[in-house]
Design a protein around this ligand. Structure first.
Ligand SMILES: Cc1cc2nc3c(=O)[nH]c(=O)nc-3n(C[C@H](O)[C@H](O)[C@H](O)COP(=O)(O)OP(=O)(O)OC[C@H]3O[C@@H](n4cnc5c(N)ncnc54)[C@H](O)[C@@H]3O)c2cc1C
Length: 400
C-alpha cells in the first residue's frame, strides 16, 4: 500500500486530505499512538469515567510512545523544542477522538505547562524543566483561574507573591486546575505585591503551605481531577520565577499558543463522535433495515462530516500560521470558538442518531456529549473568544 493510500485508510473522515502534509516520521508516531490508545487506553476508559478516576497506568503507555520527544518528530527540525504544529493538531485528533479526558490531561501537561516553560522561561529554566516535561518524567499543570476570577482573570488575578530575600511568598487560591493534585510542578500565576505585575512561579508539588482539593461531582471530563488549590504562605526560590513572564501580556502570549490546542481538541472530539456514531448506526436494525440506511440519518451524518472537515480546516490552517511564528490572538480565539461550536453540534447529533443507547457509555457518544460542555467553556468561554474576534472586527473592546 502506498503512503497516500495508507493515510486515506487511517483517516477516512479527512475528505479534504489535510493529513497528507504529515511527514512519514510524524505518521509513524501517530500510528504507534493509535495502537496504544486502542489496546491499552480504550478498554479502561468507561470504568474510569464512571468512577471519576484518571487511568494513570494506561496514560503511562502514551508517554512511552514519545508523543512529545520522539526523534521521528524532529527529522529536519533538529534543535527545536517542539514537534511541528501540524503534527500537534493530529496528535490532538488522535487523543480526543478516543477520549476528551485523556486529551485534556495531555493538554494541561504538554500544552499549557510546556508552553508556559518554553515561552516564559529563560534558556537555563527551559533546559531545567522542558526535557523532563517532554519525557513525562515530571507531570505539570497550569494554575491561572481563581475561584472569583475566570473570564476576568487578566485584570482580576488576586493571588499574590512577595519577594523576601532570595525567596518569594505566595498566597491565594486557584480553581479548576487540571491534574493539580498529582502534579510534580505547578506553574502558578501571581501578582507581585511590589510592582502589581503578573509573574509565574514553578511551585514544586508537595510544597509546605500548598493544599489541593479535588473538585467533586462533575458531569463532564470525569476522569480528569480538577484541583482547587490553596496557597498559604508557600515559599519558593527566586530560581522558580519564570524570567520572561512580567505581566499579563506574557500570559496572553502563552494562551495564544495553547488556545489553538483546544481548537484541535474540539476537532478531535468532532471526528471521534462521528466515528462512534457511524459504528452504531451501521450495526443497529430498525424497520428491518440498518439505521444507517435511512435518509434522515444520513443527512445528520453528512452534517457531522462537514463539521469534521471544517474543524480540521481551521486547525490545520491555524497550525500552518503558528508554524511560521504568526500567533495572533484573534486567530486562536476564532478557531477555538468555531471548533467548539461545531463540536457541540456534532456531539449532540452523534447522541441523537444513537437513540436511547446514545445516553449510555456503551456507545461512546454519551461521553463526548457530556465532555463537550467542559471544552465549550474552558480556555476562554464561547463568549470571551467571540468578544476577542468582535474587538478585532470593530476596534471596540466589549468585555467590560
Ligand atoms: C473542566 C475544566 C478544566 C479547567 N482547567 C483549567 C486549568 O487547568 N487551569 C486553569 O487555569 N483554568 C482551568 N479552567 C478554568 C476555565 O478556563 C474557566 O472556567 C473559564 O475561563 C471560564 O471562567 P468561569 O468558569 O469562572 O466562568 P465565568 O467567567 O464566571 O463566566 C460565566 C458566564 O458568563 C460569561 N461572561 C463572563 N464575562 C462576560 C462578558 N464580559 N461578556 C459576556 N459574557 C461574559 C461567560 O462566557 C460564561 O458563560 C478549567 C475549567 C473547566 C470547566
Amino acid at each position: 500500500m502506498s503512503y497516500l493510500e495508507e493515510l486515506k485508510e487511517f483517516y477516512p473522515l479527512d475528505l479534504y486530505t489535510f493529513s497528507r502534509r504529515l511527514t512519514e516520521g510524524e505518521f509513524t508516531v501517530l500510528k504507534n499512538l493509535r495502537k496504544v490508545l486502542e489496546e491499552k487506553v480504550k478498554p479502561v476508559i468507561n470504568e474510569h469515567w464512571e468512577k471519576a478516576e484518571f487511568p494513570f497506568e494506561a496514560f503511562g503507555e502514551i508517554a512511552k510512545v514519545g508523543v512529545m520527544n520522539s526523534s521521528l518528530l524532529f527529522e529536519g527540525r533538529e534543535g527545536k523544542r517542539k514537534p511541528s504544529e501540524l503534527y500537534n493538531a493530529f496528535l490532538y485528533l488522535e487523543l480526543a477522538k478516543l477520549d476528551a479526558s485523556i486529551a485534556t490531561f495531555y493538554t494541561v501537561h504538554g500544552g499549557l505547562c510546556y508552553n508556559t516553560i518554553l515561552i516564559g522561561g529563560s534558556e537555563e529554566q527551559i533546559d531545567h524543566y522542558a526535557p523532563k516535561v517532554a519525557s513525562f518524567e515530571w507531570q505539570g499543570c497550569f494554575g491561572l483561574t481563581e475561584p472569583d476570577h475566570g473570564s476576568d482573570i487578566a485584570g482580576g488575578l488576586a493571588t499574590t507573591a512577595e519577594k523576601k530575600g532570595d525567596k518569594w511568598v505566595i498566597n491565594g487560591e486557584k480553581r479548576w486546575i487540571g491534574g493539580a493534585n498529582t502534579a510534580d510542578i505547578l506553574p502558578i500565576f501571581a501578582r507581585d505585591k511590589t510592582d502589581n505585575k503578573i509573574k509565574c512561579f514553578i511551585v514544586p508539588g508537595g510544597s509546605k503551605g500548598l493544599r489541593v482539593d479535588v473538585i467533586q461531582n462533575k458531569v463532564a471530563l470525569r476522569e480528569v481531577q480538577n484541583g482547587h488549590i490553596y496557597l498559604d504562605n508557600v515559599e519558593v526560590d527566586d530560581s522558580t520565577r519564570l524570567a520572561n513572564v512580567n505581566g499579563f501580556k506574557d500570559v496572553a502570549r502563552i494562551l495564544r499558543a495553547t488556545r489553538a490546542d483546544i481548537a484541535h481538541l474540539a476537532m478531535g472530539m468532532t471526528y471521534g463522535s462521528l466515528e462512534a456514531a457511524l459504528k452504531y448506526v451501521k450495526e443497529r436494525d430498525q424497520f428491518g433495515k440498518k439505521v444507517s440506511s435511512f435518509q434522515l440519518v444520513q443527512e445528520k451524518l453528512a452534517r457531522m462530516e462537514a463539521n469534521v472537515v471544517a474543524t480540521l480546516a481551521y486547525s490545520v490552517q491555524l497550525a500552518n500560521l503558528q508554524e511560521k511564528g504568526e500567533f495572533l490572538e484573534e486567530n486562536s480565539a476564532l478557531a477555538k470558538m468555531h471548533n467548539a461550536l461545531r463540536m457541540r453540534e456534532t456531539v449532540a447529533l452523534g447522541r441523537e442518531v444513537c437513540g436511547g443507547n446514545g445516553i449510555t457509555l456503551e456507545t461512546d457518544v454519551a461521553r463526548f456529549f457530556a465532555d463537550g460542555e467542559a471544552i465549550y467553556s474552558y480556555e476562554g468561554t464561547h463568549e470571551i473568544n467571540a468578544l476577542i474576534v468582535g474587538r478585532y472586527l470593530t476596534g471596540q473592546g466589549a468585555f467590560v
